[in-house]
Ligand binder design. Structure first.
Ligand SMILES: Nc1ncnc2c1ncn2[C@@H]1O[C@H](COP(=O)(O)OP(=O)(O)O)[C@@H](O)[C@H]1O
Ligand SMILES: O=C(O)C1=C[C@@H](OP(=O)(O)O)[C@@H](O)[C@H](O)C1
Ligand SMILES: [Mg+2]
Length: 158
């Protein structure tokens, strides 16, 4: 889910493991030559989702890497299938109020425009079953990013 710390924790994990870090959002931005908000405005969410799925499949061909995805990658079941087949999948969650705090001041999440807390609650409700396929889930509400990283490393088995 957005704002739970995926990009931050993936970076820490990659350093700890000596793996390559891939952030799918950043890779899409680089490929498209614009930011995610610009992509949503200019070409629409469906275009972004296609680019996101293509990028995910392409990066999953390699090994020894930590891949941070955007929280909406689970909206397509094919993406979940390819992640669980080719990787060890961790889902991060947090209470909506904490997510609001974490993302306040960032305007790079187009789906949270307007009342962020309401949007987060709605999106979490819509996606409540979509993250269940993950091999391991961490509620990050009361944990620092380093604590989340340590927990994941303690459970990582591949
Ligand atoms: N466990 C945490 N506790 C407090 N703040 C966090 C934690 N994890 C990430 N953050 C902060 O929350 C914001 C969103 O984190 P980010 O890694 O971009 O989340 P995501 O990639 O899941 O959207 C960033 O400002 C980051 O520094
Ligand atoms: O949950 C979502 O639908 C999205 C999450 C974002 O990434 P983060 O989860 O890293 O914020 C980004 O991919 C886009 O704004 C859409
Ligand atoms: Mg991110």
């Amino acid at each position: 889910m957005m704002g739970t710390g995926k990009s931050t924790v993936a970076d820490m994990l990659a350093r700890e493991l000596g793996y390559r870090l891939i952030d799918v959002d950043a890779a899409v931005e680089k490929e498209e030559g614009c930011t995610i908000p610009e992509l949503f405005t200019g070409k629409g969410e469906a275009y972004f989702r296609d680019a996101e799925s293509r990028m995910l499949c392409s990066v999953l061909e390699k090994k020894a890497q930590v891949i941070a995805t955007g929280g909406g990658v689970v909206l397509r079941s094919d993406n979940c299938d390819v992640m669980s087949k080719n990787g060890w999948v961790v889902a991060l969650t947090a209470d909506p109020a904490v997510i609001v705090e974490r993302v306040s001041g960032c305007d790079n999440r187009p789906l949270l425009a307007g009342n962020a807390e309401e949007r987060i609650q709605t999106i979490m409700q819509e996606r409540k079953d979509a993250y269940r396929f993950a091999h391991y889930t961490v509620d990050t509400t009361e944990l620092s990013a380093s604590e989340v990283t340590r927990l994941i490393l303690a459970h990582y088995r591949v």
